[in-house]
Design a protein around this ligand. Structure first.
Ligand SMILES: [Cu+2]
Length: 375
């Protein structure tokens, strides 16, 4: 019960964070910063904030229902009290599918900042990227039951959810195409944040396309509850969100701490993380299709080789993380300039690390200026 109450309070912090972001972006933008001149990272956070505000109450209500069931014996989910466990699954996923987008949208926002900076090119399709963030947030509300194809739903409901799931692929693909088009003919600067961003695009694409095969009704039923799902999930949440997080840390580290880091070490951390990640998770697609169930510690002999590959991948991954932590923890880097990567957004126009109030004078965007004025 304590855990249920704890999750309830956490839900409120999520809702209030979202509310704060939405109000800030509507009321407190810098002079000259119209909505369509905002950098795309805040745009992604804006879409995320709407999910936090609108979807988190559903998990809050669900938790209240659990409390009512346990304390007042009102049957919502427990069959012995006349409840329906499938209802719990529905309520859980109505929140938890959008919750995945709470994680991936900010990650996409980070990549959208890094790609133009390290290509020194104006972002391709600014409006398409901004709107696709909102589209992902919106469509994300209508796909939850793709987690429940085998739970016992009508066939009509299942194929409708399968169709709606395919729709999410459209705005995601728009972003990938725009990132790649931004790099085309750019003057690429091969620094660690860019490496991680490109790694993100590669891994996110594998995660996204295997997501489509999971969204398709027939294949989903074949690989439901197998290692295939585990592999897909990690390609999105570790290969996607994780690599974007590493990219973000390497990108803003000089700004945050006023120090550079060792590029060679950072590149090695990428090599180990990227190789280790793929060696760890790719074999799980294969053994998943072969029938390896998820959440089992034991397995049949035909899955041994796949598990061994995964094991060595995990080792490489851990080495990569250790190298990254050492790289970032060492305070021996040179003093960071104000704008080490040649970025055009506001944070690069102030000293590294930023002074207490960030901006000593209010920054301003002139009439014909935008966040991505490269060329
Ligand atoms: Cu989902």
């Amino acid at each position: 019960m304590a855990a249920v109450f704890g999750a309830f309070v956490l839900g409120f912090s999520s809702i209030l964070t979202g509310l704060n972001f939405i109000v800030t972006m509507h009321r407190m933008r810098a002079p000259g910063m119209t909505f369509f001149k905002m950098p795309l990272f805040p745009w992604a956070l804006y879409a995320t904030a709407w999910i936090q505000v609108l979807a988190t109450p559903i998990v809050g209500i669900t938790l209240l229902m659990i409390i009512a069931e346990r304390w007042l014996r009102i049957g919502f989910f427990d069959p012995s009290l006349g409840g329906d466990p499938i209802l719990y699954q529905h309520l859980f996923w109505i929140y938890s599918h959008p919750a995945v987008y709470i994680m991936i949208l900010p990650a996409m926002g980070v990549i959208t900042e890094i790609i133009p900076t390290f290509s020194q090119r104006r972002i391709f399709g600014y409006k398409a990227i901004a709107i696709s963030s909102l589209a992902i947030a919106l469509v994300g509300y209508f796909v939850w039951a793709h987690h429940m194809y085998t739970s016992g739903m009508s066939t009509t409901a299942r194929w409708i959810f399968s169709l709606l799931t395919f729709l999410v692929a459209v705005p995601s693909a728009i972003k990938v195409f725009n990132w790649v088009s931004t790099m085309y003919k750019g003057s690429i600067q091969m620094a660690p944040p860019f490496l991680f961003a490109v790694g993100f695009i590669f891994l996110f694409m594998i995660g996204g396309m295997t997501g489509l095969s999971l969204g398709a009704l027939a294949t989903n039923i074949h690989v439901h509850d197998t290692a295939y799902v585990v592999a897909h999930f990690h390609y999105i949440v570790f290969g996607g969100v994780g690599f974007a997080f590493f990219a973000a840390v390497y990108y803003w580290y000089p700004k945050m701490f006023g120090r550079m880091y060792n590029f060679k070490m950072a590149n090695w951390s990428f090599v180990f993380l990227f190789a280790g990640f793929n060696l760890l998770y790719f074999p799980q697609f294969v053994i998943g299709i072969m029938g390896m169930p998820r959440r089992y510690f034991d397995y049949l002999p035909q899955f041994t080789f796949g598990h061994q590959l995964s094991f060595f991948g995990a080792l490489l991954l851990v080495i990569g993380i250790v190298i990254m932590l050492i790289t970032l923890a060492s305070k021996k880097g040179a003093k960071a300039p104000d704008n080490p990567w040649g970025g055009r957004t506001f944070e690069w126009q102030i000293p590294s690390p930023p002074p207490v109030e960030n901006f000593e004078v209010m920054p301003e965007l002139k009439e014909n200026e935008g966040p991505y004025d490269y060329k």
